[in-house]
Design a protein around this ligand. Structure first.
Ligand SMILES: [Fe+2]
Ligand SMILES: [Fe+2]
Length: 300
């Protein structure tokens, strides 16, 4: 399949629309929580940010959809916009149901260059999802939140995975239509947008820290989530989960490759580093070489 062809466009758009899941956030099986679980859910400090991010996502996709004339792309984008808005509604339902402290913030001005905003948002989703895959696995294994709630979030994770597959295909399709040689999204373009996404993530982390200073996301809660946290294991989880989740998509479609490839290189380096670190202490414990002077130095 030639990237940038109508066949390519039809494949990634129809895959996106065919994998749509119908549900209403209000009628999902929200569990009744005991006091402990409720307290843990209420003490998570980022619901306000998640709520805002999903509302912002819906607004960006809806505004970008307005600028698209191709009916096939437009229909898929309309669906993505609706899904992002439904994510925001899902979070709103959860906030109301469990009395979470997450007020609705006013929406920022999206600016005039909505295509760049959509690309920033798309690469941001790729970065968030790649890290989110690993974090979700940790949360699931640690049973940080009740399984019924994580199961609801699993649907959300699946939809985000669909969004990033759609986005990467749209990006390569658009570059190819503009006459660029595109078998995939150019690594330079990816690098440029991922840097911007990282910059935005760092800003968000700083703002989050300021907002949450003084709030009580108790050390025990963090400890439960990050007990035994190890960067290499986390990266292994992100990488493996990315592979597992992406394997359910049509192999003909492009999928985000920049971050998984970067992670693969980093993991190889970390494994090599660990092998060296393991070999060196082992060598130190070997018997001294024949002929080596092992006598204690004489006192002067
Ligand atoms: Fe979303
Ligand atoms: Fe999304």
């Amino acid at each position: 399949m030639q990237i940038g062809s109508h066949e390519h466009r039809d494949a990634f758009c129809s895959h996106f629309t065919q994998t749509y899941i119908e549900y209403d956030p209000k009628t999902l099986p929200w569990p009744v929580l005991n006091a402990d679980a409720l307290h843990r859910l209420q003490s998570v400090p980022f619901w306000e940010e998640v709520f805002y991010t999903e509302r912002r996502a819906g607004a960006i996709v809806a505004a970008f959809t307005e600028t698209i004339s191709d009916p096939v792309l437009k229909a898929a984008l309309v669906l993505q916009g609706e899904e992002e808005t439904r994510h925001a509604n899902l979070i709103r339902v959860m906030i109301d149901k469990y009395g979470l402290d997450a007020p609705e913030r006013p929406m920022e001005d999206l600016g005039a260059d909505i295509e760049t905003r959509f690309k920033d948002f798309g690469f941001g989703e790729c970065l968030d999802s790649f890290l989110g895959f690993g974090l979700f696995k940790i949360a699931w294994q640690a049973e940080f939140l009740p399984r019924e709630i994580l199961q609801i979030f699993e649907t959300l994770m699946y939809e985000e995975t669909r969004h990033i597959v759609f986005f990467i295909n749209w990006m390569a399709y658009t570059e190819a239509r503009r006459g660029w040689f595109a078998r995939t999204v150019s690594p330079l373009t990816s690098f440029h947008y991922y840097l911007r996404a990282l910059h935005r993530m760092a800003g968000l982390a700083r703002r989050g820290k300021q907002l949450n200073d003084g709030k009580n996301f108790a050390a025990t809660q963090v400890g439960m989530f990050l007990d035994g946290f190890n960067f290499r294991n986390f990266l292994e989880d992100c990488y493996a989960e990315n592979g597992r989740r992406m394997s359910s998509f049509d192999p003909e479609l492009l999928r985000p490759s920049f971050l998984p490839q970067l992670a693969e290189v980093a993991l190889k380096a970390l494994r090599l580093w660990n092998v060296r670190a393991e070999v060196e202490p082992a060598a130190a414990s070997l018997p001294p070489l024949r002929g080596a002077d092992t006598r204690a130095p004489e006192r002067q």
